[in-house]
Design a protein around this ligand. Sequence first.
Ligand SMILES: Cc1ncc(COP(=O)(O)O)c(C=O)c1O
Length: 388
Amino acid sequence: MQTADRLTKIPPYLFMELRKKINKAKADGIDVISLAIGDPVEPTPDSIINELCRRARHEENHRYPIDEEKGMLAFRQEVAHWYHSRYGVSLDPANEILGLIGSKEGCHHFVLARINPGDIVLMTDPGYPAYRASILMGGGEPYNVPILAENNYLPVFEDIPTDVAKKARGMFLNYPNNPTGACATRAFFDRLADFAAQYDIAVCYDNPYSEILFDGQEPLSFLMAAGAKNVGVELNSLSKPFNMCGWRLGMAAGNPDLIAAMSKVKENTDSGIFNAIQYAGIYALKHEEKSITHMLQIYAGRRQMVLKSLSKIGIFFDPPKGTFYLWVPVPHGMTSLEFTNRLFDRTAVVVAAGTAYGQYGEGYIRVSLTVPDDRLAEAMKRIEQEFT
Ligand SMILES: Cc1ncc(COP(=O)(O)O)c(C=O)c1O
């Protein structure tokens, strides 16, 4: 069967390829430890599960959740409350918030809502691979903006050629950044909002790691910048802070015109989010901040464990303060892929090669801390043995 041309442009999704490789090794009886994927292994807190079960028993929640096409008003109100209490950002639940089936869905809807065929969309390199896929599926042209260690992994707007900026209609960014772990600053948000306003570029600020922070880093939202709501939307999600990746619950917030346009795309795509999940999300946002603190302690311990092991094999670096990933420089004289392959072939530890996130990912691997402590310790033991 001949499938659509648009799909041929999309590179294979990194994690699908990795999963195939891991499954094959496991089938061969190898004890593989994957540090490649950012999917917390700890369960969703019990209280959130209980709320889901309770709400799932109400038959009015079994019907299409389309009465309120932007997501339940009560969910949007809770998101507004969360944004106000965490970031000091005021949002109108009526027209500035849209419930999503995870923030990944929002990336796609942003493109369909804003980008016309042939439009340039800026994205960072290294960057989250789903942006490229969404841009290409929507008929846009991705343009890679390098983010380099010497600039704290933030884009330098002055380096983007003026003719490209003039043609760009959208831009994807995310800080705390996947894959580098870098965090943005308020001053950067101001520069981003000014740049976007100058060239009429709609910003899709993807912020699902907004709460995954270390060493006293303050939680930030792009919407804190004056003018941010004029130029874009922020995506966020319950996946990472509440170990709810499988639940598929997130939100877009910001510019009312973009929210309305994304809502129109969504209405015509999926008919909304199961109400019981939205109720559970309300409960999480209202009552489970403590579980975020708990998870951050766990990740902080794992971070230290990995940093200590890496220092034993001669890899030293000052890790950025966000996300549950470490963006690790590879040993001198090796490429990202060579190091990744050697880890896999000799230790059965899987990491993501930096180049999977773009050409500027060369020289790095990404290590995820979302594995149980004992498995991480075992992975580190194997790596130490291999490289010392
Ligand atoms: C930068 C980034 N955006 C979006 C997502 C998707 O998150 P969600 O589960 O909210 O769709 C991820 C997941 O890893 C991510 O790293």
